[in-house]
Write a protein that binds this ligand. Structure first.
Ligand SMILES: Nc1ncnc2c1ncn2[C@@H]1O[C@H](COP(=O)(O)OP(=O)(O)OP(=O)(O)O)[C@@H](O)[C@H]1O
Ligand SMILES: [Mg+2]
Length: 523
């Protein structure tokens, strides 16, 4: 090499190093682009055919490709590189190597070569260190023009590997800071991470007792109950009473996302796994490590995600979407649903094996109408909350309001009670909330009157007056709707809310029963 050449190389080298440094300082978030740039620079300066960066898996010391450039880079990326390889040796010894005839080196593993068809003749590999510890390996393959790698090449690569290490450290700190920020933002949004839990009825106090016991074990828990009974709050209580209470409680609503998004939300993804996957992303399972993952509306979990969840429950392991690297996690699962999972298993829309795994410890939260002792303390709690929010000084409930609160059927349970008191605080005038402020319709109170009779299976409870008593609205349409609602509800009660059986009695399809439930707001 002439003097001019070697000078021009060092100028190029210097320029490249300065440029990489300024990139490292300006962009922490796109670590992948930066690493690709570092490897491209290495290939240009050293003059070789391909390069790759592999990260060491701390659990088994095997390595996986993070970046692979060159003719077969794309194929190489999905291959696992075992620790008994040259890259593995470099990582374990934290030392670089130059091998100009790999075929004669006993550490050379031909796995990648066989799988990609790319033949390696010469290579140079060097550890990528963070604070002195080797976290990955950078490899350069096949020096161009039939030349050999030498110590000056090694020097260049060492400088670049150090920069790659700094870039990686920066990006990692940046990522974990971002994760912390989003956790804190979530906390701020909801005021506090956990809700206040109000309970006075013997049945709920008993449940809390049981929860105290089961919280300590690591078994999965399935919480069932009608909509609005407080299933999420029970899940919080289990977490708070467990040994995991200093670790995250992560919530996922299975109904809120499409199947594809849900899978990546739960398990994370690697860059390029799908079109929008612009960078690697941790899933909720990883975020919840050592804590609890609350899977709300588990009945909505698509079948393909159900099998992946089952595997986590069995082996505590999973892969991010688009990755073959197995991740292990220590997460306790609490699932909740207002659907009849047993029925869904029979119908084939929920996996039986998953159901039995989740249902190790079932907790059924009773509807509010079956624990009336909770109504008053809950009502007082919501009154205080919404008095503060509306800046009105409510002192309590009038006798008429107390009567409505106690006698109403509360089909929407605690959520409906909460909403109704919020509305009353907005519309009412202090110091007392009156019956009419609660805006419970006459019809709903009638439904309440007929409910106990239904329960006893007495057939003559449909009093004519119940359907035509309203002075304002005596239309046939309204009366028929009221009758239809009460009758469908009665048959559902008789069949323990089994929609197939109810459909048979009513002479209609199960899907039509389900539609009626929505249309008539039957719960
Ligand atoms: N024991 C309780 N103490 C205080 N607030 C409660 C209690 N139970 C429920 N709530 C309140 O009622 C509302 C509904 O509770 P939650 O969301 O837990 O119900 P859910 O059973 O999960 O309903 P869904 O099935 O519709 O998701 C929430 O705003 C919650 O704060
Ligand atoms: Mg819920």
């Amino acid at each position: 090499m002439s003097e001019q050449n070697s000078n021009s190389l060092s100028t190029d080298k210097l320029r490249t190093l300065i440029e990489i440094n300024s990139r490292i300082n300006s962009n922490y978030s796109d670590i992948n682009a930066l690493l690709v740039h570092i490897l491209e620079s290495a290939m240009r300066l050293v003059e070789c055919e391909s390069s790759s960066l592999l990260l060491v898996n701390n659990e088994d010391d095997n390595l996986r490709f993070i970046v692979a450039l060159g003719p077969k880079g794309a194929e190489a990326k999905n291959i696992l590189v075992e620790k008994n390889s040259i890259a593995g040796w470099v990582a374990q010894n934290n030392k670089g190597v130059i091998i100009n005839d790999v075929a004669t080196d006993s550490r050379f593993s031909s796995t990648v070569q066989t799988k990609t068809g790319y033949v390696t003749n010469s290579m140079m590999a060097i550890p990528m260190r963070v604070k002195g510890r080797c976290i990955g390996v950078i490899e350069l393959l096949n020096k161009s023009f039939g030349k050999k790698f030498d110590n000056s090449d090694m020097e260049i690569l060492e400088l670049l590997a150090n920069q790659a290490g700094i870039a990686y450290l920066n990006a990692d700190s940046f990522r974990s800071a971002q994760d912390n920020i989003s956790v804190l933002q979530n906390k701020l949004k909801s005021g506090s991470e956990y809700h206040s839990f109000v309970a006075q009825s013997p049945v709920v106090l008993d449940l809390l007792h049981i929860i105290e016991e089961v919280a300590k074990a690591n078994t999965s828990i399935l919480i069932t109950g009608e909509s609005g009974v407080g299933k999420e709050l029970f899940a919080e209580q289990i977490h708070l009473r467990s040994n995991r209470n200093n670790n995250p409680f992560v919530r996922v609503n299975c109904a809120a996302l499409s199947p594809a998004l849900l899978e990546s939300e739960l398990f994370g993804h690697v860059k390029g796994a799908f079109t929008d996957a612009v960078s690697d992303r941790k899933g909720r399972f990883e975020t919840a490590d050592k804590g609890t993952l609350f899977l709300d509306e588990i009945g909505e979990l698509p079948l393909e995600v159900q099998s992946k969840l089952l595997r986590v429950l069995q082996n505590h392991s999973f892969e991010r979407v688009g990755s073959s690297k197995t991740i292990t996690c220590d997460v306790r699962i609490i699932a909740a649903t207002n659907r009849n999972l047993e029925q869904m298993v029979k119908e084939g829309s929920f996996r039986g094996d998953l159901y039995y795994r989740l249902n190790v410890m079932p907790i059924n939260v009773p509807p509010l109408r079956e624990r009336k002792e909770d109504i008053k303390p809950l009502a007082r709690f919501f009154l205080k909350k919404f008095s503060e929010e509306t800046k009105k000084n409510f002192e309590g409930f009038s006798a008429s309001a107390e009567k409505v609160l106690f006698e109403y059927y509360w089909p929407g349970n605690v959520r409906e009670l909460e909403n109704s008191i919020e509305r009353a605080c907005v519309l009412g005038k202090p110091p007392l909330i009156h019956g009419e402020d609660l805006r419970i319709s006459n019809f709903s109170l009638e439904a309440e009157r007929s409910y106990p009779a239904n329960k006893n299976g007495i057939c003559n409870e449909f009093l004519f007056d119940d359907f035509v008593s309203s002075k304002e609205d005596r239309t046939l349409h309204t009366a028929l709707t009221k009758f239809k609602t009460a009758y469908v509800k009665k048959i559902l009660e008789e069949t323990s809310w089994n929609q197939t059986k109810a459909g048979e009695i009513l002479g209609i399809q199960r899907t039509y029963v389900s539609r009626l439930l929505n249309e008539l707001h039957i719960r």
